[in-house]
Design a protein around this ligand. Sequence first.
Ligand SMILES: Nc1ncnc2c1ncn2[C@@H]1O[C@H](COP(=O)(O)OP(=O)(O)O)[C@@H](O)[C@H]1O
Ligand SMILES: [Mg+2]
Length: 237
Amino acid sequence: MSTLASENIVTGYGKQEIVHGISLTAELGKITCIFGPNGCGKSTLLKAIAGALPVWNGAARLGETVLSNLPVHEVVRQGLVLMPQGGGVFPRLTVMENLRMGGYAIADKRLVERRIETLIDQYPSLARRRKTAAGALSGGEQAMLSLARALVSEPRFILLDEPSAGLSPAMVIETLERITTLTKQGIGILMVEQNIREAMPIADKLYILAAGSKRFEGSPQDVRDDRQIMDIYMGGV
Ligand SMILES: Nc1ncnc2c1ncn2[C@@H]1O[C@H](COP(=O)(O)OP(=O)(O)O)[C@@H](O)[C@H]1O
Ligand SMILES: [Mg+2]
C-alpha cells in the first residue's frame, strides 16, 4: 500500500527557514488534516511536499518514490496534485480551459478530453458553463472547478490547502462531502483546514502545527481527549 510521507522536511523562502523538520504520513482512502494558526507554515509544507517549493532537507516520498526535487509535472505523473490556497483557477480562462490545465502533464490530449467529459457530468453547474470565464463563476463554483481540475490527472493523493475558505456554510458542507466521496474511490487526502468544526468529523488523522514544527498528531478522538491541545490550538471547538 502506498503511503505519502513527509520525512523531516525543512524548507523556507530565501534564507528564512519556515518549516523546521516536519514528519507526517497520509494514507490512500483516508483524510489527513493539518491544523494550526495563521502563518505557522501549513501552506509552505504542502507546497514543499507537492514539489512547488524546493526542500532544503528531508524529503517527500510516495511509496518508494522520492518526490522531492522532481519537477512538478513529474510529481503529478507520480499521482500527487496540489490544490493551492484560493483554488488557483485562472479567472480569464474558461471552465473548459481550466480543466484542460489539469491535464497538462498528460501527453495524450484525447485522453484528457475523455476524462474531462466523464468528470464534468458530476459537476452540473460546471457542465452548464463550459465556455464561461472562471472569474465569472461564484466562489462555490470556482471551488468545484479547482477540485475537478485536480482530478483530471487522476491523482492517488490530493493536497488541499483550505478548500472551504471563503465559502458559504452550505458550500463548505458540499465541498467537504465531495472530498469525503473521493476517499471512497480510494484517493488519499492531505488537507489544511481552518473550518476545524466541520473538518474534525471527517478526518481520520490530525496534525497540529505551530511555528513551523509539529505539536500534535493523533485521531480526532485523541485531540478531543487532550484538554490542553483543545484549549490552546482548537479554540475550545
Ligand atoms: N512566498 C513567500 N515568501 C516569503 N515568505 C513567505 C512566503 N509565503 C509565506 N511566507 C511566510 O512564511 C510563513 C508561513 O506562511 P504559510 O506557510 O503561508 O502559513 P500558513 O499557511 O500556516 O498560514 C509566514 O511567516 C509567511 O509570511
Ligand atoms: Mg496557508
